[in-house]
Write a new protein. Structure first.
Ligand code: TXD
Length: 317
């Protein structure tokens, strides 16, 4: 069987890390597209040269021509501008919408059968623009944010409890950003929900509240430390988990930004909810019951995404 073809649109910090992980995990061959084709080609060659040491054979190339992504099985989009200190994700709206419009055209023309994962911020709006402009079916266009947000939540919970990250599951939904909704009731240590762990004296509500706040601000914490650019190792790892579930038909249940069509009482925009990712793309949207408080938090998060979409439409870009 021929190797899968994975196109990376954007060869920046996340794009390069994605290519490296694809090689190490032997997921397929890589084509990196960037407006700076030399950067894409240089990173591709550099990573390919680590193949003999690490034992992978992925062919990698860099390009500034969309024709090179033809027939890609998966396309991961990071093209755009990252957040700088003091900037909100929403400040990126206008700049990145133009970029995503071009990317959508390229995918529509050369890789209309691909499973497309958008990472570019502001995520929930950019993935919506990508799906609308490319015309690809909604089940084949998803946004990455929830896997990253829940990974951050899992790490902080594991540190608090002094247990392995492997035994911590976390449940985060809503838009990517300050309004994200971590559901502690569905977050567990080896199946034991966080509220039960509070009752067992493993932690306190105050500590959990602080962890929830740190998770919601997880991206900002890193932007502040890096001073130039935003997080890229964990975002890349998160998108790879989604690509892997599609390519290997693993049917993992992952929180992803997907187009809602009546689920959770919401319609016609992208927001993060748990979904099953398999060979069909988004194969199922998991609709959980909310408490009144959780519903209010989720609706507030959806309102923030919808406002951004309205702002975007008003720009007429
Ligand atoms: O959870 C999440 N979704 C995110 C999102 C977590 C972290 C970062 N997130 C966002 O991903 C971030 O706010 C940015 O919008 C993207 C990409 O982040 P990255 O750190 O990789 O940014 P870089 O290093 O600036 O890379 C962007 C690349 C760079 O090489 C540009 O030359 C290229 O995008 N670029 C383009 N490529 C193709 N086509 C166009 N038009 C273009 N414009 C810029």
């Amino acid at each position: 069987m021929a190797r899968k073809k994975i196109a990376l649109i954007g060869a920046g910090n996340i794009g390069g890390t994605l290519a490296h992980l694809i090689g190490l995990k032997e997921l397929g061959d890589v084509v990196m597209f960037d407006v700076f084709p030399g950067v894409a080609a240089g990173k591709a060659l550099d990573i390919m040269q680590s193949g003999p040491v690490d034992g992978f054979d992925s062919a990698m190339s860099g390009t500034g021509d969309y024709a090179a992504i033809a027939g890609a099985d998966v396309v991961i989009v990071t093209a755009g501008f990252p957040r700088m200190p003091g900037m909100s994700r929403d400040d990126l709206l206008t700049k990145n919408a133009g970029v995503i419009g071009q990317v959508a055209e390229g995918i529509k023309q050369y890789a209309p059968d691909a499973f497309v994962i958008c990472i570019t911020n502001p995520l929930d709006v950019m993935v919506w623009v990508l799906q609308q402009r490319s015309g690809l079916p909604a089940e084949k266009v998803v946004g990455m944010a929830g896997v990253l947000d829940s990974s951050r939540f899992r790490l902080f919970l594991a540190q608090e409890f002094g247990v392995s990250v492997e035994d911590v599951t976390a449940f985060v939904l809503g838009g990517h950003g300050d309004t994200m909704v971590p559901l502690t009731r569905y977050s567990t240590v080896a199946g034991v929900p966080v509220p039960d762990l509070i009752k067992m004296g493993w932690t306190t509500q105050e500590k959990i509240d602080a962890i929830v706040a740190r998770t919601a601000n997880g991206g900002g914490e890193i932007v502040k430390l890096l001073e130039r650019g935003s997080a890229f190792y964990a975002p890349a790892a998160s998108a790879i988990a989604m690509a892997e579930s599609y390519l290997l038909d693993k049917k993992r249940v992952l929180p992803c930004a997907v187009l809602l069509n009546g689920e959770y009482g919401q319609n016609d925009f992208y927001v993060g909810v748990p979904v099953v990712i398999g060979a069909g793309g988004v194969e199922k949207i998991m609709e959980v019951e909310f408490t009144a408080e959780e519903k209010a938090a989720f609706d507030k998060s959806c309102d923030a995404v919808k406002k951004l979409i309205a702002d975007f439409k008003a720009l007429g870009v």
